[in-house]
Design a protein around this ligand. Sequence first.
Ligand code: IPM
Ligand code: MG
Length: 388
Amino acid sequence: MNNENIKSAVKKFEELLIKQQERAERIKQDKEFVDYSKLDKLTIGVCGGDGIGPVITHEAERVLRFLLADKVDAGKIEFKEIDGLTIENRVAVNKAIPDDVLAELKKCQVILKGPTTTPRAGDPWPNIESANVAMRKELDLFANLRPVRVPEKGIDWTFFRENTEGGYAVGSDGLNVSDDLAVDFVVATSEGCERIARLAYEYARKNKKERVSIITKANVIKTTDGKFLKICQKVGEEYPEIITDDWYIDITTAKLIDEKRRRDFKVFVLPNLYGDIITDEAAEFQGGVGTAGSANIGKKYAMFEAIHGSAPRMVKEGRDKFADPCSMLRAAVMLLSHIGEQEKADLLEQALDICMFKEKKLAITGRDTGCTCTEFGDYVMETVKKLS
Ligand code: IPM
Ligand code: MG
C-alpha cells in the first residue's frame, strides 16, 4: 500500500470536512423565510437550460405571464430571462454554473428552470457538477417538494426530499485514493435534517395530512441515516396529531406498488438520493416523469423545475417542438402557490387535470403523431379561460 496515496487522500478529506463544517455553521444562521408580500417587486428568473429545456420552459413562462398579467402590468412582478445556463457555456468556463449566470440568478427571488444536461463519466465533456445540484447548493434550496397525485387510484403523495446533503453534498468530490480504491461521502448535519423535517411536518399540519413517513436505510447507513431518522422523529413529537412512521427505502419502493398499502402514504420525508430515486418511481403512476414538477425551496430563494432530464435525443431528432410541457406547467403551479397566488395555482392545476386526464382533447406523444408543445400551452390557457 502506497502511504503517499493515503496521506494525500486524508489531506483532501480534511479540506472537505472543513468546508462541510463551515456550511453546517452557515445554515444555522438563516432562520427566517423571505416574505414575498413585503417586496416592492418580485422577480421571476427564467432559465431555459439544455435540450428540450428552452421549449418547455418558454411554454410555462407564457402560461405564467398570462395568469400573472395583472401583476406584471401593475409592476408588482417582473420576468427576467437568464441566458447562458447551457452545457456549452458551462463547459467553456469549466463550471457547473458560470459566474455571470449565478450573479443574475441571485437577483431573482424565484426561478423557473428548464432541465440541464448533466455530464457523466465517459461523456465528451469535462465531468463538471450538475447545474441542478450546484444551484440547489449555491442558493441553499434545502427542500425538494415533489407531489404525485392520481385521484382515481387514491394516490396523494407529497415527497419532501432533502436537497443539499446526503450523497449529493460532495457528490463531485469523492476521492480516487489509488487506482484500486475510490471513496464517496455521505453528509448529514443536524440543521440540515431538522429544517427538512420541520417543513414536511408543517406542510402536513397545514394541509391536514394525517401521516408523515420517514424513509431511510438506517439499518445499514447507520450514522447519517440514523441521524436523519432520529431528528425527524424528534420533530414529529411536536406534531402529536400526525402519525409518524418510518420505513426503509427498499421496502418503500415495493409498497408503492402495493395497491392496498400505498394509499396510506401521504407525506414522505427522506434523504437526497432516496428522494431522487423514489420520486421517479412515484411519478410513473401519474403518467411518467414528464408529468411531474418540483419545487426547490430555500429560506431566501426558490427554484421550480421539471423532475426529468433534457432529452437531447429529441432535439437531435428534431422533435423538441413536440416536447411535453406538463412537468414545467406543474412546476408553475407550485411557483404560483409559493408566491402567494393560491387561486391562480388552483386554476392552473384544475386546467392541467382537465387537459391531461379528463378531457384530453390534445395528446402529446413526443413526436408528430401528437400536438406541439405550443398547441398544448394554448389548450391549457383556453381551459383556464373557460374555468375563470
Ligand atoms: C432530479 C435529477 C437530478 C438529481 C440530476 C439531473 C442531477 O435526477 O432532479 O431528480 O439527481 O437530483
Ligand atoms: Mg432524479
